[in-house]
Write a protein that binds this ligand. Sequence first.
Ligand SMILES: Nc1ncnc2c1ncn2[C@@H]1O[C@H](COP(=O)(O)OP(=O)(O)OP(=O)(O)O)[C@@H](O)[C@H]1O
Length: 608
Amino acid sequence: MAEALPLQPGDPRGLGEYEITGRLGVGEHGAVFLGRDRSGRKVAIKLLHLRLSGEPAARDRFAGSFAAARKVSGFCVAGILDADVEGGRPYVVSEWVDGPSLLQLVAEEGPRGDAVAERLAVGTAVALAAIHRAGAVHHDFKPANVLLGRDGPRVSDVAVTPALDAVDAAPNGRVSDDPSYKAPEQLSGIDIGPAADVFAWGATLLYAVTARPPFGDDAPTEVMQRIMYDDPDLSAFPEYLRGIVAEALAKDPAGRPTPAGLLERLLDESGPLAERMPEGLVAEGRALARGTTPPQPQPQTAPAAPAAPPAAPPPPQPPERPSSTAPASFGQGAQTGGDGSSSGDPWPPEEPAELTRVDFPLPLQSAAVPPANAPVHEDAATQAIPSVHPRPQPPAQADPADRTEPTPHLIPGMGASRDEDERNSTAVLSLPPEEPRRGVPGALDRLTRLRPGNHLLGVALSLTIGVLVGVAIIALVLLPQWRDDAGGSPGPGAAPPDDRPVSAVPDGFSGTWKGTAVNPSRGASFPIEVTFTAGEKTAKAVYPRSHCTGTLTLTEGTNRQLTMALAIPKPCTNGTVQVSRQPDGTLQYAWSTPGQPQLGYQGKLTRG
Ligand SMILES: Nc1ncnc2c1ncn2[C@@H]1O[C@H](COP(=O)(O)OP(=O)(O)OP(=O)(O)O)[C@@H](O)[C@H]1O
């Protein structure tokens, strides 16, 4: 690969004090040129697609974002040398790195082996630790920004994204960006901090060992969905790296190690990596892990590395011939471990492993647990046990046995005390106060006020009234409820039908419903199909784009709204679903999972 491509018509020949000599490439934020400073040193100059407003505050914010980044020193960073925001087109000058990006190398030569993975892991963790230690963040760490110099990996584009964010030129989570290496919090826009770089570190390493985007290569919305909910397959890592990468890819930023924490683990005395890394890198990494001043950057030459290759960056080589120019540690050349044994990619280069599609074996969230206070409907028989109190339930009434006021007995002479009997002899045959009188026909009401001539008549009247009251309760309260539970429509005058509880899917939900759910905070959307059958306790949920079919199980519901637990296989995610009938005849479908409201999505489904 040539050092740089020729300049094109329209490319600048100079920027400020820098002479432009060639083109290194074009990224999303602008073209990168090879240049020379006054001393003749080669530099990389990124000319940003950005016109800052004349507003001084925006320029200050933009320039300020580089202030911390310029303090970053270390052998694993392509250091920021200069940033100009005064001219018509801002540009950022950084150290030129003689080598391809990790993206280029893996795209051309396939997945890297264990030795490269571990060198990348340590080198880039050192870079991130140095960046964070300087008070900066990267926020666009990805394979394109890991440059493979002849002496090790170097992280480029430090502070460019935060600078653009500072002037609202690159809002986080923008759907047009490739989200593959963004952390969940960057997609949701909540709680974005240095931990996002650690997530990107894990995702970038996964790309290096699989040659596949860590969360698939579908549409950005699908990728975002997987970043938010799914754990990628890490089986391509050697065991000693797998656990560390898994922690780096934790969905919750608070659950991720810091770069210093990564280094502590990676360079642990008892671990296998330290002795395979260049001494200078180990010293720098351990100092960063301890929070002490790192030693002067040392070249990252591996302890027993083979003779350094020629200076030119590694071209994509045809497999027939060895790469004489590839970086010793990253290209096709053999890698040598600290013990002198070959621990790197062998020559001829290993065939890219027959990789299965990146898999997402475990849904993030376990099956949703219904709220603790949610009534658990058992079977239809127990559900049908009559309750004399129509729902919504009134406050629980005390057991009559606990009352201080004795309840008048229905049958005169059977009161709790003599006094009571006397009271009852003149004013009884009323219903107990807890029994609602509504629904008792007027004739019965009058009957209850009759003074009985003797106990026999009283007993007869009481029994008659009791039976009639029971019949009335059954007719007015229980029958409509039974009809509802069976999916029937409520009788006239039964109120309010929509809020009546059900233990099975009511008629109104019956059929197949289709629509699209969206997560507005992530700009993600995906189609959903749900099929309900009246009288069933479960329904079928299909997410066609992700090829998932799940089961919704009713946990609680009314004629209008059902709360259901969604059990669905990977790559989709379990959760709690609420479906509610809308006045316009549609269904509102809302998915959620406890404690993570930003992950929720919802949408309107129509029958069909
Ligand atoms: N400091 C550098 N030294 C050598 N080459 C560089 C340097 N910085 C960038 N490049 C090269 O320039 C090209 C474009 O880099 P750039 O950073 O713009 O890409 P990107 O990261 O994909 O884009 P963006 O960061 O804008 O999304 C890449 O091929 C990269 O290898």
